[in-house]
Design a protein around this ligand. Structure first.
Ligand SMILES: *[C@@H]1O[C@H](CO)[C@@H](O)[C@H](O)[C@H]1NC(C)=O
Ligand SMILES: *[C@@H]1O[C@H](CO)[C@@H](O)[C@H](O)[C@H]1NC(C)=O
Ligand SMILES: *[C@@H]1O[C@H](CO)[C@@H](O)[C@H](O)[C@H]1NC(C)=O
Length: 450
């Protein structure tokens, strides 16, 4: 049913896309917006929050003042803080740059779907956040490749015009590219959104910030800034690294897996072993929805970044396919593309393709190049919708069987829905629920090549 419906959708879209491709010309790159800190040194800046387990939230912020306390006071009424929590702090050096004091404080247990008011370090302004719901429905917003340009501003403004519960970012945040003050500027730039709803992120290539080819003494490790500033709940999901982790949302109805495109992923890697354990622990009766985010797409018909996700796809796709992951979101290519398809995994093994896996790339921003899709790319028949637009995506998980996906393109001041579809949950479908492979078959590497 689903597969057929989607084939129909694809036939219709093929015509529509041809027209759109001729008409839609993405505007030129936006100007970078630098955001200063104009308050006293002990006042919080760059505040952002992330979910930690089902009932806690981590509040992260930076102070220039090294004596500021890592404490958060909070409560359900404005300026009436009935609770407080103390956390820890970190900092890092990147050659001549020395970061501010980076605070991380976990607050809770918190009630679901509730607004909390909070203050960081007993100084400065009050913030407020709303905790995610404890059950479906849940609305997840997605933006990749953020940057800090005029386009980033309009995308985040569009995304927040319609309420959402959490923002998911499949990598590439600040585009600081080793210029560390740009991380601070980015933190201030996104604060107004990131202090209000949990932001769950994974890393992209712009987070690596690898030191020069020939490391000099005391050169910073990769991900120095990202790891210190954007701490995600990896311990809580049994992951040994901040570069990959998972979390549950809407009670346990949605399990979100954040993979690391720039951490080792081969079969002998920690990430691979963790992923296998993590997926095996998901009980699809309690957790119908299984969603994966990563940075470098495994499927891509754009001329940009061809093949960059291929090694990871080969290493890990099988795990995702066998776990019946419902949807995979990626970033990296600054254009929108949706595949409805299936893992290539079963097809190269000569088996019938049973259950669709939807893969979507929802990216945005920073783009300096015009992006071009390859008309005759081998995967083109699997590509349902592609358009070199900026914007954001939304996954509204309505109930255990249905979720609605939509792509909202930035059209100057407006946000326009350019693509949408209903996803049927794979675990709800008896013919998809069953694992089809008990024993791994050797992958034919020639056929498996994309
Ligand atoms: C379950 O999935 C299969 C394979 O995609 C499809 O043919 C079938 O119609 C689905 N069942 C339901 C109830 O949608
Ligand atoms: C502060 O909150 C507490 C607990 O909700 C409440 O009992 C108290 O009356 C509030 N105080 C003020 C000044 O609003
Ligand atoms: C789930 O939501 C879809 C879309 O709104 C609806 O058609 C369907 O009946 C719902 N299923 C259940 C079990 O409530």
């Amino acid at each position: 049913m689903v597969a057929q419906a989607l084939v129909v959708v694809s036939a219709l879209l093929a015509a529509a896309v041809a027209v759109a491709a001729a008409e839609y010309v993405r505007p030129p790159p936006g100007r970078i917006i630098l955001t200063e800190h104009t308050e006293p040194a002990d006042h919080p800046q760059q505040a952002h929050v992330s979910a930690v387990g089902e009932r806690h939230v981590r509040v992260s912020w930076v102070t220039d003042d090294k004596h500021a306390q890592s404490v958060v006071e909070y409560g359900k009424a404005s300026r009436n803080y009935t609770m407080s929590a103390t956390g820890d702090h970190t900092s890092y050096r990147y050659f001549l740059y020395s970061s501010g004091k980076i605070h991380h404080v976990t607050i809770g247990p918190l009630e679901p779907s509730t607004v909390y008011y909070y203050r960081c370090g007993e100084a400065g302004r009050e913030f407020s956040l709303r905790t995610p719901p404890a059950a479906l429905p849940i609305e997840l917003a997605l933006v990749g490749d953020l940057g800090q340009t005029e386009w980033t501003a309009s995308t985040l403004a569009h995304a927040s015009k319609t309420d959402y519960d959490m923002l998911l970012v499949p990598g590439d945040l600040s585009y600081a590219d080793t210029q560390q003050p740009l991380w601070d500027s980015f933190g201030r730039f996104v604060q107004r959104h990131a202090c209000r709803r949990p932001w769950m992120v994974t890393q992209g290539n712009h987070e690596v910030e690898a030191p020069p080819l020939h490391p000099v003494p005391a050169s910073p490790p990769p991900f120095a800034a990202y790891g210190a500033r954007w701490r995600m709940p990896h311990e809580e999901s049994g992951s040994p690294s901040n570069l990959y982790y998972s979390f549950d949302a809407a009670g346990r109805a949605v399990h979100v897996v954040m993979l690391g495109s720039y951490a080792p992923f081969d079969a002998s890697s920690d990430q691979y072993r963790w992923l296998a354990r993590d997926l095996a622990a998901v009980d699809r009766r309690a957790t119908p929805w299984l969603v994966v985010l990563l940075h470098a797409p495994w499927y891509n018909t754009n001329a940009a970044h061809q093949g960059e996700g291929e090694a990871m796809r080969k290493a890990m796709e099988r795990l995702l396919f066998e776990a019946r992951v419902d949807v995979v979101f990626a970033g990296h290519v600054h254009a929108y593309e949706r595949f409805v398809s299936v893992s290539l995994f079963p097809s190269v093994h000569g088996e019938s393709i049973g259950c669709p896996m939807t893969r979507t790339r929802s990216n945005s921003h920073c783009c300096r190049r015009r992006q071009g899709f390859e008309k005759n790319h081998r995967l083109a028949p699997l590509s349902m919708m592609r358009e070199a637009s900026f914007g954001h995506g939304r996954l509204r998980v309505v109930n255990a069987t249905s979720a609605h996906w939509s792509w909202h393109r930035n059209d100057d001041a407006d946000s326009v829905v350019r693509d949408e579809l209903w996803l049927e949950n794979l675990a709800a479908n008896a013919s998809c629920r069953q694992r089809q492979h008990d024993e791994p078959t050797a992958v034919n590497s020639r056929d498996d090549e994309l």
